[in-house]
Design a protein around this ligand. Structure first.
Ligand code: ADP
Length: 412
């Protein structure tokens, strides 16, 4: 499956990272010589009248904004290319080594980042039935970028790759094997670039090699997932066939008895699409209390709001269950690490998730937990047997690093 490009020009040290969603494109241009960001931007509401492109160049450059209709991804990427070119960073610049694309679903076949050719595009397309919301947008992004600069290496970095090391007993559901195989039903896991990056950075924080440490990573953003990482390899993760399974999220239910789906069909007359929408968009924190922003939920909790308190308690109870489960899976744990929007910023969530786990060697120091510090840091007391840490994630840097390493790898 791996196609090796010819080694890139050593002067080409820049990588453009593209994350194409169904109605948005996020991008960052990084210089791999020093990991600096040369430009960061976002196009949102593609296909609507009120599309918006926000572009921030590095250094002294002013943030620029375009508003007005951007009909499709092709127009969006063209606008991004124009903004980059205006700063002398165009897609045709010789310093650009490659474009790294975030691709959500790589199935179990893409076990590493991959240079994109026609066969790879076909395979990503074959995975559309298991990732109907994400892979089509990723494909459009890739095809448009290819058309804009056909000679430039384009690399797919998959959310699922880090989890392809999961053993079969963690990846398989206990359902009829033939049915599962016929329809590619298994646990794939997502947020892989974040789990990979954060588990490695946690080892660094502990002064150890990733191969020496066992880490439980809690990626808590709008989407949320946990993973058990043994010696640098993922051995279990909470998301499954789709990003719906596992933790309570902003709008997704996470784990639920599958019979709820049949029950809603029978007693509420809901169609499969309606239940899909309910569990993905109207559940989780939003379903429980009407808000999905943890800041707002905490504000309401402080005011004595019962619904917000229950939502917070359900969220942190689920987190605690996963910490316990992955502790058991790993046997020995060196660190529990929190990352992404909620994980990096919400001290109350971190405190509640590990409360009462002292017997497992887990504790949080309240001053360290409350300290506002942007970098990787320990929040456990010095005496704790297991480190509890906050490590900011950086999925764009991870994608850029993997892309750059691949295009600079010596030909096989
Ligand atoms: P995603 O990339 O999945 O969209 P993020 O990792 O950016 O999400 O996380 C977004 C979420 O982080 C917000 O919905 C909010 O709940 C939470 N968040 C952001 N800042 C804070 C904060 N200061 N305190 C608590 N929660 C926060």
């Amino acid at each position: 499956m791996t196609v090796q490009p010819s080694p890139a020009d050593p002067a080409a040290t820049r990588v453009l990272v593209l994350n194409s969603g169904s109605s948005s494109v996020k991008y960052q241009l990084l210089d791999m010589a020093d990991h600096s960001r040369l430009a960061v931007g976002l196009v949102e509401r593609i296909g609507e009248e009120t599309s918006r492109l926000a572009h921030t160049p590095s250094g002294e450059g002013e943030r620029r904004e375009r508003t007005g209709p951007i009909p499709d991804h092709e127009a969006a990427l063209k606008a991004v290319a124009e903004e980059l070119a205006a700063d002398g960073l165009g897609l045709d610049s010789p310093e650009l080594a490659a474009i790294g694309h975030r691709v959500v679903h790589g199935g179990k076949w893409f076990t590493e980042p991959t240079v994109i050719d026609d066969a790879v595009l076909k395979e990503i397309e074959r995975l559309v039935p298991v990732a109907p919301l994400h892979n089509p947008a990723n494909l459009t992004g890739i095809r448009t970028a290819q058309a804009l600069n056909p000679g430039l290496p384009q690399v797919a970095v998959f959310d699922t790759t880090f989890h392809t090391t999961m053993p079969e007993h963690a990846a398989r559901y206990a359902i009829d094997v033939r049915t599962a195989d016929d329809h590619r039903i298994r646990r794939y896991g997502f947020h892989g670039t974040s789990h990979a990056y954060v588990s490695r950075e946690t080892a660094k924080l502990l002064g150890k090699d990733p191969s020496e440490v066992n880490v439980i990573v809690l990626h808590l953003g709008n989407g949320a997932s946990a993973s058990a990482v043994e010696g640098g390899r993922c051995v279990d993760t909470s998301m499954g066939l789709t990003p719906l399974e596992g933790l309570v999220m902003g709008t997704r239910s996470g784990d639920i008895d599958p019979a709820v789906v049949f029950h809603l069909g029978r007693v509420a007359g809901m169609s499969a699409d309606e239940v899909d929408e309910l569990l993905n968009k109207k559940s989780g924190l939003v379903g429980l209390c009407g808000d999905n922003d943890m800041r707002e939920i905490r504000r309401r909790v402080e005011e004595g709001d019962e619904a917000a308190k229950l939502a917070f308690d359900i969220y942190t109870h689920r987190l605690k269950k996963y910490i316990g489960a992955y502790y058991a899976v790993l046997g020995r744990v060196d660190a529990v690490v929190f990352t992404a929007g909620v994980g990096e910023n919400s001290a109350p969530v971190r405190e509640a998730a590990v409360a009462g786990l002292e017997e497992l060697g887990l504790a949080v120091d309240s001053d360290r937990n409350a300290a506002r510090d942007g970098g990787p840091r320990l929040i456990s007391p010095d005496y704790a047997r297991v480190a509890v840490a906050v490590v900011p994630t950086d999925e764009e840097l991870e994608i850029a690093q993997q892309t750059y390493a691949l295009v600079n790898a010596p030909a096989a």
